[in-house]
Design a protein around this ligand. Structure first.
Ligand code: ADE
Ligand code: ZN
Length: 342
């Protein structure tokens, strides 16, 4: 098996499952805590890193929400996003759809406009400086009431041109997709793309995937590897050409296994599966690390790696002309570096 690490590093990439708050590295958390006069529960960056010892979604989410308390001003959100975007540029990310969790901030008294305004500044800068294209997906917190989700959707409408889609994240236990049926019906009517987390190995994962398809009518599913437990739902996903945004290193922390074998199975079945980083500052791996892990564990070939990136562009919420340009970029890379290339 040839070493494909350099092939992966050079590949043009797209990332569709990345929580911007999950890119808050301990170093920046420290700097922002100092800037805003906020005490931290740890004395050093090393101590913070050592405290990230999750074994499921709930223990991860506790650290994730605690971490974001240092985010207060538009400049904080700009700095957070800028740090990620520089990293993404270094890794060859050409396009990213970025999740943000406004309710995790508005519930602490930080205004919606402060959050999105700061993120947007960094996104525009990345476009100007690097030609790195990004769009925002607003996630609603599923462990909050549906009425709060609806209120947040309405609050976002003045910013509709800055938001491409609506997602659903946070603690899945006892919070099925159908709880948010009306909110997502409205989101769709307003013209947003629609996606939802069906986290790996949750209680009722398969039932939640069924609701995503049959009740909500999602455009794609975040995580969703448990679809393989249902041949009927797998066939339906394939029939509709829907994609899954899988996050291998996140899976290792929250479900005890990267599920690399399932990525390979889904590829073989012709499902539009993609590989993403989820919350890289907490799980310790950006998108390249995730691709390398899966490639090694499932012994993926160059063509399969290229397929993962083509899948991401095919399921991205982009106009056809722009989509085709990114697909052509992948083709060019394949011709130059792939089998038969130099
Ligand atoms: N919030 C941030 N990352 C998440 C994940 N992987 N699942 C659910 N909620 C999240
Ligand atoms: Zn996620």
């Amino acid at each position: 098996m040839p070493d494909l690490t350099e092939f992966i590093r050079g590949m043009p990439k797209a990332e569709l499952h990345l929580h911007i708050e999950g890119t808050l590295e301990p170093e920046l958390r420290f700097a922002l805590a100092e800037r805003n006069g906020i005490p931290l529960p740890a004395a050093s960056v090393g101590e913070i890193r050592a405290s990230y010892a999750f074994n499921d979604l709930t223990s991860f989410l506790a650290a994730y929400y605690e971490g974001m308390e240092v985010l207060q001003t538009a400049a904080d959100f700009r700095d957070l996003a800028w740090a990620y975007l520089q990293r993404a540029q270094d890794e060859g990310v050409r396009y990213a759809e970025i999740f943000f969790d406004p309710q995790a901030h508005t519930s602490r008294g930080v205004a919606f406009g402060t959050v999105i305004g700061g993120l947007r500044q960094a996104m525009q800068e990345a476009w100007r400086r690097f030609g790195l294209r990004t769009q925002l997906i607003m996630c609603l917190l599923r462990d909050q009431p549906a009425s709060y989700g609806m209120a947040t959707l309405l609050e976002a409408l003045p910013y509709r041109d800055w938001i491409v889609g609506i997602g659903l994240d946070s603690d899945e236990k006892g919070n099925p997709p159908e709880k948010f049926a009306r909110v997502f019906q409205r989101a769709r009517a307003e013209g947003f793309g629609v996606t939802m987390h069906c986290d790996t190995d949750q209680e009722n994962s398969v039932e939640h995937i069924r609701q995503c398809l049959e009740v909500i009518g999602v455009d794609r599913i975040d995580h969703g590897v448990n679809v393989l437990e249902s041949p009927e739902l797998t066939a339906e996903l394939r029939r509709r050409g829907l994609g899954l945004t899988i996050c291998p290193i996140s899976n290792r922390w929250c479900a005890g296994d990267t599920k690399a074998g399932q990525v390979k199975q889904l590829l073989d079945l012709g499902i539009r599966v993609t590989v993403n980083s989820d919350d890289p500052a907490y799980f310790g791996g950006y998108v390249t690390d995730n691709l390398i892990e899966v490639q090694r564990a499932a012994r993926l070939q160059e063509e399969e790696l290229l397929r993962l990136e083509r899948n991401a562009i095919e399921i991205a919420w982009l106009p056809a002309g722009i989509r085709d340009r990114y697909l052509a970029e992948i083709d060019e890379y394949a011709a130059a570096a792939g089998p038969g290339g130099s």
